[in-house]
Structure formats: C-alpha cells, structure tokens
Unconditional design. Structure first.
Ligand SMILES: C[S@@+](CC[C@H](N)C(=O)[O-])C[C@H]1O[C@@H](n2cnc3c(N)ncnc32)[C@H](O)[C@@H]1O
Length: 286
C-alpha cells in the first residue's frame, strides 16, 4: 500500500476506534457550582505526588471528610483503617493525610485497627468461610511500624479495641475504611457509628472493601452487616453514595472502588442540617 494510503487507513482505524469506544461518562452538567471539581483536583494532586503508595478511594473520602470538618469549623478529625494486614492501605491513608491536611487546614489523626495475627476464624456462613480462613492476611508489625508516620496502630480484636479507642475521646471521626472481611468483625466495628455525636462528623465517609463480585451477597459479609445495622438504628444509616462515578475525577469513573464508596448518616447529630459547602455559594473560599 502506498504510504499516503497507509497513513489514511491508520487515521480511519483510529477514528473508528474512537467512535466505538465507550462514551465519556456523563458528568453532572453543573459541576462548577459544586465542590467536587476542587476536591477532585486535590485527589489528583495527591495521586501525582504519592504515586503507587496512594489509594484514590482513601484520598477522596478523606478530602470530603476534612472539607466537611472545615465547613463546620471543626479543627481536628480522625480517619480510620479497620483491618490493616501488611499495611498498604494504612500507609496510603497516612500519606494522604499530609496532603489533605495541608490543603484544607484540618488536622487529621490516622488510626489503624488489626488483630496483628490475621483473620479470626470465620464463625458461620455469614463470615464466608468459602473465601476466608483463620490467619489470612498476617502482619509484619516491625516492618509496618517503620513505615508509619502519623498513624497509630491499635493491635487486638476490634471487639475490644474499638470501645477502648472511643473512651480516649478521639476527635470526630470523618472517614472509615472497612476492610475486616468478616461479617462478625464488621458488626463488631459498628459501635463506631453508634458513638456520641461529638465523636463523629454528621456524615462519615465510608469505604467497604468486600461487597463486589465473588460470593458477596445481601445475606453475608459486609452487606449483611450494613443491612442489619440500618434496620436496627433509625437515626444512624449507612448508604451507598449513589452515582459516585459521576462525581469522582473522570479518569476513575469506571474504577471498581467507586462502587464501594458509602456514607454513614448520623441523623441525630446536632449539626446534620448545617450548610456543608457541597453546593457552592459565592462566599465560599477553599
Ligand atoms: C484484607 S486484610 C486488610 C487489608 C488492608 N486494609 C489493606 O488494604 O492493605 C483484613 C484484616 O482484618 C483483620 N481483622 C479481621 N477481623 C478482625 C477483628 N475482629 N479484629 C481485629 N482485626 C481483624 C485481619 O487481621 C486482617 O489483617
């Protein structure tokens, strides 16, 4: 084929690929009236600075949590990783906190919770023993301790560590990554979401890692824990962030983590109805 024809046919093939590709995910038409683009820029900056150590799902939740604290004039908040194992997630949270704190001016404490000895034994079918076994995801405590900067590690079963933590009167919790795998462990962590309002932001950004694919269902694992929690507590409700893919940075619109973004609504929080800065007003300054 003559070179000109070759070039032309390559161009046509590229154009055809473009036409056939999935269309860009629809964005909300009024993005600029909302805070999303600005917080997304922070997520992208953090991703560029931290590279492979970062997790955008943590930075996104952390940024939204710190922004809510900022808007409410709350100077300090806590971010939690439940289930730490080797610590990749906790290190990502630890590093992201530097960026979010710097950008939004809200001090962030980071806490990680883990048995230190891998998973407890699955108790029954609700704990998905077809997937998980006792001792899965062990931790190298010495290696992890050397990589943490601000994060504090709480070693022991969450059944005991979480009530102890709440007694220390931590600042309001704004972000929680739930990655304990088992139904029973997730239930044991939910006293966090039942804490007194001064221990919580009025809405808590949540990430549930084990809810998609495999044999996860409404009647087992984290999804069952959420369903039962919502049925039992009218004023504390855990909900997916619906359509989150339209609001995260566009390049993540098809990423799996976007479907794992949830929000815990503390409906009896005295500041639940305060203006939260998501819909921008002219006086807003970020
Ligand atoms: C999948 S791993 C966590 C991985 C980590 N989030 C990451 O992304 O790097 C799950 C962890 O949950 C911890 N875990 C599960 N149930 C627990 C419980 N009841 N108390 C304390 N830790 C628990 C296990 O020790 C295990 O290390």
């Amino acid at each position: 084929m003559p070179p000109l024809h070759r070039r032309l046919s390559r161009k046509l093939a590229a154009a055809a690929r473009g036409w056939l590709a999935d269309p860009a995910p629809p964005r909300h038409p009024d993005q600029e009236r909302f805070i999303y683009p600005r917080l997304n820029a922070l997520v992208e900056e953090t991703a560029a600075a931290l590279g492979a150590t970062q997790r955008p799902q943590y930075t996104w939740g952390l940024a939204h949590a710190a922004y809510l604290a900022q808007q409410l004039g709350i100077p300090r908040m806590a971010a939690l990783e439940l289930g730490v194992a080797g610590g990749k997630g906790l290190v990502a949270l630890d590093r992201a906190a530097d960026w979010v704190e710097g950008a939004l001016g809200v001090a962030i404490e980071v806490h990680g919770f883990d048995s230190g000895q891998g998973l407890p034994r699955p108790a029954d079918v609700r704990d998905l023993p077809n997937l998980w076994a006792a001792g899965d995801f062990p931790m190298d405590q010495a290696a992890l301790a050397g990589r943490l900067r601000r994060a504090r590690l709480h070693l022991g079963l969450v059944e005991r560590e979480i009530p102890t933590f709440l007694q220390t009167q931590p600042p309001p919790i704004g972000f929680i990554s739930f990655d304990l795998d088992l139904y029973s462990s997730t239930v044991a962590s939910f006293p966090l979401l039942l804490a007194a309002p001064d221990r919580l932001l009025p809405r808590v950004q949540c990430y549930f890692d084990d809810i998609l694919g495999f044999t996860f269902a409404e009647f087992n694992g984290e999804r069952l824990a959420i369903r039962e929690f919502n049925a039992a507590h009218a004023t504390r409700q855990i909900s997916p962030i619906f359509g989150a893919r339209h609001y995260v940075p566009p390049r993540y619109a098809a990423a799996i983590w976007v479907d794992k973004l949830y929000m815990a609504h503390i409906l009896d929080h005295p500041r639940y109805n305060d203006y939260d800065g998501l819909v921008l007003r002219p006086r807003l300054d970020l």
